[in-house]
Every structure is written in C-alpha cells, then in structure tokens.
Design a protein around this ligand. Structure first.
Ligand code: NAD
Ligand code: ZN
Ligand code: ZN
Length: 346
C-alpha cells in the first residue's frame, strides 16, 4: 500500500510503498478515508536526531478516520465497514489518568513505549492503518469524515484548552485566539458555541484574519508588537479573561501574557518554543499559565457531538496521498486555509 513517510532527519516527507498491515489480537485495521495534516508534524520534521523519541521511517498522520476493514482476534463491538474516527493520544488504558479517559496524560506511555499513530506508531497518511485497541475509535455515524477528521486534534486540542477556562468566560468577558490556522479557526468556533465571550483573533496576514471573521471572531488584530496594546484598548484597558496561543513562539507568548486580565488564564497550545515569564508583578494578579496537550477520550466524543449539532464546521483543503508532500509545503509556508486533509483512498 502507499504511505507518506518521514524517512530521514531533515528530509522532506515521501510517498512510498509499504506492506499493508494485518491486525494482531485486539487490534483493528482501518481503511483510511481521511487524514489531517498538523503543524506539529512540521515541528517533528524540524527536530535534530537526538530530540526524536522514536526511530525512522515514520508513517505520518495523527488525525485519522476510516472504515473498519478487519478485526483482530477477540475484537467485538465494531462492524466491518463502520465509519470511525481515531482517538490519537494512545495511553496504557489502566493508569489513573487513562482510567479517567485522559490518555493524553497517561503516566506510563513513555515507559511502555506507547506512541500516538503518526508520532511514533505508523500513522493515518496511508491507505490502511492499525489501531491498537477499539477503545481508541469513536463511531462517526453520518458525520462526513473529511470535515470531521480534523476534530480529532485541531478540534479536540482547543476544546480541551477552552473547557478548563469556561468558568472565566462569562458575559462581558473577552477571549483572545492567537494563530487562526488549523487549531485556531476551530477554537474561535468553539468559543462562540460554548461561551458568551467576545472573541478577538490575532494572526499575521489579512487573509487569515478574514477566515477568523468568517468563522465568528468579533474583532481581528494583526499580530505584531502592538497587538497586546490593541487588545487592551478593545477591552477598556482590562485585558482578556482567557488567551489561547496557537503559535507558542517567544513573541506570541509575550503578547499572550501582555493581553491578560486579572484572574485570567493564559494557555499556550502552540509548540513554538516560547516561554512565559510568570511572577508577582510580571503578570496581572492571579493569572494562571498552562500548557495543555491534546484532550481526553470523552472530550473527543463531545467535540464530535458539537459538530453533529452544526455548531462547528472545519474549513478543509483536500489532497490525494500523492499530493501530501505539497500539503506539508503549503502548511509550512502558512498557505493552508483551515486544515489540509489527505484522502488516501480518494
Ligand atoms: P497552522 O499552521 O494551521 O496554524 C498556525 C497559525 O498561526 C497560522 O494561521 C499562522 O499564520 C499563524 N501565525 C504564525 N505566526 C504567528 C504570529 N507571530 N502571530 C499570530 N499568528 C501567527 O498550525 P496548527 O496545525 O493549527 O498548529 C498550531 C500550533 O499548535 C502548532 O505549534 C502545533 O504544533 C501546535 N499543536 C499543539 C498541540 C498540543 O496538544 N499542545 C496539538 C496540536 C497542535
Ligand atoms: Zn497535531
Ligand atoms: Zn495510562
């Protein structure tokens, strides 16, 4: 079968032919209908060899959806042909975090060598993919897998980040979204669906800000050294009760803390290497800074239900498997509008 692999440190992703996998006991084989392309893959492909915690080659793709193609020995509860989404942050299933469905915070995954598909285990950018356990699948029902697949990360990650801050996003509050790409353009919709907050979106191009307005941002601000002052102006000097940074680079993290109000949450989701300065007098009183990772199994079910209600619609650009390297190029250059989705069997 065809797969898109990251094969050598520093090399571009390549379309290659690999053995089609067979499901072992307890595993499920999916025929992949759709796979999303995330900026984290570009971060992984930019890491030096010593920073990689898994061997190459790696089949990419940590946002996956497919139809059940074969069941390993002992697997029940799934029908052949059923349309499912993959919960990506695989954990051990039994530690105290996994027991709560928070496999994204599994306490034993590292020790046991359990890696998410596309981030260590073979991923979704292939005609077929193996899923290690049926608990990592959520039925899609009649949701379109092409627009639903980004919800497994570009939806789940902001949902998890926003959910913690919901008590602060009361009427009259302001939420700031920095970076309105794959994750950010879903975050704006989640904030509009779940809160009465005024949403202010920041990005570096007018094109991105146009998408931000289209998906529900009340205000948009160019992300430069004046952005925090502009947010303060828009909030009568008070700042925002919640700031979500989907870039996470030094200048955006600085903007994020500079936008913050008293008793606010600053959430750094982007993995751009920036760090917040936190201390008495450095941030407003009682500001909390968090750096969450992905989301829980229950939260994925919730996000998919929200999409089913019509409250969230991912903007997608679609590509064939052969075009996947081009999709990564476009993402790298900030040219993707919403999320790039690969159709490996399309
Ligand atoms: P993306 O490329 O689709 O979107 C990033 C957006 O940020 C783009 O619109 C870009 O124009 C904008 N941007 C770039 N520099 C900016 C700046 N200085 N100010 C404002 N906006 C700027 O990327 P994505 O796939 O949505 O991922 C976003 C980030 O989140 C990446 O760093 C990714 O690695 C990370 N991520 C983290 C988690 C997690 O669990 N913490 C999960 C998924 C992705
Ligand atoms: Zn991702
Ligand atoms: Zn665990």
């Amino acid at each position: 079968m065809k797969a898109v692999q990251y094969r050598a440190v520093g090399a571009a992703p390549e379309v290659v032919t690999v053995q089609r996998p067979e499901p072992g006991p307890g595993q499920v084989l999916l025929k992949v209908t759709a796979a999303g392309v995330c900026h984290s893959d570009i971060a992984v492909m930019g890491m030096p060899a010593e920073a990689l915690s898994f061997p190459l080659p790696l089949t990419l793709g940590h946002e996956g959806a497919g139809t059940v193609a074969a069941l390993g020995q002992g697997v029940t509860g799934l029908a052949l042909g059923e349309s499912v989404a993959v919960y990506g942050p695989w954990g051990c299933g039994t530690c105290v975090m996994c027991a709560q469905g928070k496999e994204n915070y599994c306490l034993r995954a590292d020790e046991l060598g359990i890696r998410p598909p596309g981030l260590g285990a073979p991923g979704a950018l292939a005609e077929y993919m193996l899923v290690d356990d049926p608990r990592h699948l959520v039925p899609l029902g009649d949701l379109d897998p092409v627009t639903a697949v980004p919800l497994t990360d570009a939806g789940l990650t902001p949902y998890h980040a926003i959910k913690t801050s919901l008590p602060k996003l009361v009427p009259g509050s302001t939420a700031v979204v920095i970076g309105t790409g794959g994750l950010g353009h879903v975050a704006i919709q989640l904030l509009r669906a779940l809160t009465p907050a005024r949403v202010v979106a920041l990005d570096v191009t007018e094109q991105k800000l146009e998408l931000a307005r289209e998906v529900g941002a009340h205000e948009t601000v160019l992300s430069d050294e004046h952005a925090a002052a502009r947010v303060r102006e828009l909030t009568g000097g008070l700042g925002a009760q919640a700031v979500f940074d989907f870039v996470g680079a030094a200048p955006t993290v600085a903007t994020a803390t500079a936008c913050a109000a008293v008793e606010s949450d600053v959430t750094v989701v982007g993995i751009g290497g920036g760090a917040a300065a936190v201390g008495f007098g450095t941030v407003p009183y009682d500001t909390a800074v968090r750096a969450p990772y992905w989301g829980s199994r229950a939260e994925l079910i919730e996000v998919l239900d929200l999409a089913r209600s019509g409250a969230v619609g991912v903007h997608v650009e679609t590509y064939t498997l052969d075009e996947a390297p081009k999709a990564y190029e476009r993402l790298h250059h900030g040219q993707v509008r919403g999320r790039a989705v690969i159709l490996p069997n399309g």
